[in-house]
Design a protein around this ligand. Sequence first.
Ligand SMILES: NC(=O)c1ccc[n+]([C@@H]2O[C@H](COP(=O)([O-])OP(=O)(O)OC[C@H]3O[C@@H](n4cnc5c(N)ncnc54)[C@H](O)[C@@H]3O)[C@@H](O)[C@H]2O)c1
Length: 263
Amino acid sequence: MRIFVSGASGNVGKTLVRTIMKLDWPELVGGWCKETGEDLGELAGIGTIGIKATDDLKAGIEASNPDIVIDFSATPVLPGNLRLYAEKSLNAVIGTTGLTDEDLAPFVKEVKEKGLRWAVIPNYGLGITLVMDFIKKVRGYYPYISIIDRHFPGMANAPSGTAASLAKASSGGEAQVASKEVYPGVLGAKISDIPVFSQRMPWPGPYSEHEVLLGRQDEIIRISVQDHTSDIYMDGVFLTVKKLPKMAPGTFVRELSDIIEAN
Ligand SMILES: NC(=O)c1ccc[n+]([C@@H]2O[C@H](COP(=O)([O-])OP(=O)(O)OC[C@H]3O[C@@H](n4cnc5c(N)ncnc54)[C@H](O)[C@@H]3O)[C@@H](O)[C@H]2O)c1
């Protein structure tokens, strides 16, 4: 399978390049990023591989003739990139975040009309996806729930997008606690009625943690997912790259769970 990587010099992009070069079934045919003319292997820290980066996405795609594109670039450039993938009738695995359902609606229509297959998934992390599925399954039995996200102090947003997604996916039937908030916010910010806490500490190295506590009478389940590098997205991304082309034409996937469950 011929793969083109958009955002090839980024944190995730470099990991994608290293992973493709390690696997025996996909072939890296090109990459788009700001470092035009530089070798993609050099950028990824694995030495020269003889494939140069380009900052001209259209020319890069036309020259390399990929079967599928993987995009982990940046929110402002994403709409233009998506337009080009649709024009070129490419199947696409998109990790870049920041577009709303309304922004994506015209692309959903075009993917359907053209019989393409796209995945635009906000979190390719296998661990957090499986935990989310578990929470959806057991939530009805556990009226108490609390979500904590732990990140480094420079983290752009609080809570993390993942913590907000976890809260939205868990909404409904939250038990009320009797405690009165003596200080505002001490019981957590409420997202879809679910209390969410963000803690920012100088954890060593790249670090992201999501902890979920579920409670019912006399029982607490405590789940913690701790992620340390962009490698944690690779299983989810390449499972998608493998399964997506076998899915029905016009498929537009929004959750990794749908890929996990697909044959
Ligand atoms: N879906 C997921 O599971 C998931 C996981 C991690 C990150 N992300 C998202 O993926 C995106 C990339 O994350 P990152 O941490 O790798 O970002 P990054 O800033 O490290 O990398 C961005 C890449 O895009 C390229 N790029 C940006 N603007 C460009 C332009 N105008 N021309 C050419 N190249 C351009 C950069 O050169 C770089 O290669 C972000 O939107 C992030 O939120 C999603």
